[in-house]
Design a protein around this ligand. Structure first.
Ligand SMILES: NC(=O)c1ccc[n+]([C@@H]2O[C@H](COP(=O)([O-])OP(=O)(O)OC[C@H]3O[C@@H](n4cnc5c(N)ncnc54)[C@H](O)[C@@H]3O)[C@@H](O)[C@H]2O)c1
Length: 312
């Protein structure tokens, strides 16, 4: 087996923490270097090497890749959908330049693999709402979605033109109990658990019947690892794979939470994030990921809710 040394960029974020811990279990603590612009997340402390780094600083990134003998990069640093709408220029710059820096270095240093997540935010109001297919009309209306869609084509370009083995998933909204979410439109589905436990009530920033594609973090981490471990000849999509876990609305998750906390109450005060949510599909067809590399989700809404309350 080829010895891998993996760099995770954006390791202190919602996905980064859990992906870093999972990779350290698989590859050994010393072989997974965590890095972020902000300080090391407490959950990573003492579990392996950490470097403070800005992905926009290409020279420093290049030096780290060489110095640490990196063979794989997982690029998770990004500005998410809701924060992106507040600062479109910043979201575009970071989401594009960060990716281009990594792809260029991957090409130059002949890295074995690169992972970069896209999002269901690539889809827009003209995409099918139900079971949105892998290939369909894609006209995103958020800067985040535009940056992810452009990024998908940069990944495909670097694969086709330079043979860089870059792989990607279009994550739905991710729900986790370890690290907190970083400014997305689906953050409500994490906040609601914390508020239910602490306050017994929650004010949702999305309307009761806003259905969105979601996934529990253990499924997302497993999907990422399965995609990255799959033989290259199984990967037919070099833009980004649709991937699906579950779909629910604020009203449905509130009803599920009530089974554990009967006095829990939800109220609704939609804000600017409602418009973002309304532009996205409600459910995703992930048959390509299933047939190419055997993806299958494990968690539905009831199973996730039980697991969240067991762990929070
Ligand atoms: N969380 C979700 O629901 C979700 C859904 C779809 C796609 N994604 C994608 O997954 C990836 C990770 O998302 P997340 O939820 O963990 O985000 P997050 O905001 O929680 O974490 C991102 C991390 O990147 C770091 N970062 C920001 N700018 C940086 C820079 N210039 N240099 C180095 N690090 C920097 C941040 O400090 C943060 O720790 C992103 O590409 C995101 O678009 C996430």
């Amino acid at each position: 087996m080829v010895k891998e040394k993996i760099l995770v960029i954006g390791a202190s974020g919602q996905i980064g923490v859990e992906l870093t811990l999972a990779l350290r279990k698989m590859y050994g603590n010393a072989n997974v270097v965590a890095s972020d612009l902000r300080e090391e997340n407490d959950l990573l402390h003492g579990t392996g090497p950490y470097v403070s780094m800005d992905v926009m600083n290409k020279e420093m990134l290049h030096v780290q890749v060489i110095r640490q003998n990196i063979t794989q990069v997982n690029l998770l640093a990004a500005i998410l959908s809701a924060t992106g709408e507040k600062n479109p220029g910043l979201a575009w710059n970071l989401n594009m330049q960060g990716l281009l820096n990594v792809l260029d270095i991957a090409k130059e240093e002949k890295l074995h693999k690169v992972y970069w997540p896209s999002s269901i935010a690539v889809f827009g109001p003209t995409s099918p709402k139900q079971n949105c297919p892998q290939q369909t009309i894609i006209e995103p209306t958020t800067v985040y979605g535009i940056s992810k869609y452009a990024g998908e084509f940069w990944c495909n370009y670097f694969f086709q033109r330079y043979g860089v083995d870059v792989r990607s998933l279009r994550y739905p909204g991710l729900i986790s109990y370890k690290s907190s979410p970083g400014g997305g439109t689906t953050d409500y589905a994490v906040e609601i658990f914390h508020e239910a436990l602490e306050e017994k009530k929650y004010e949702s920033f999305l309307n009761p019947d806003t259905y969105l594609p979601m996934m529990y973090m253990p499924d997302a981490i497993r999907a990422t690892i399965e995609l990255m471990e799959a033989p290259a000849n199984k990967i037919s999509v070099r833009t980004s794979y649709n991937i699906s876990g579950m779909s629910f609305s604020p009203k449905e998750i509130a009803a599920e939470i009530k089974k554990f906390i009967p006095e829990f109450e939800i109220s609704y005060k939609p804000d600017y994030r409602q418009k973002i949510a309304d532009s996205w599909p409600q459910s995703i067809d992930d048959s390509k990921a299933r047939s190419d590399w055997g993806w299958k989700q494990e968690f539905d809404l009831p199973k996730m809710t039980r697991d969240m309350f067991e762990n929070l």
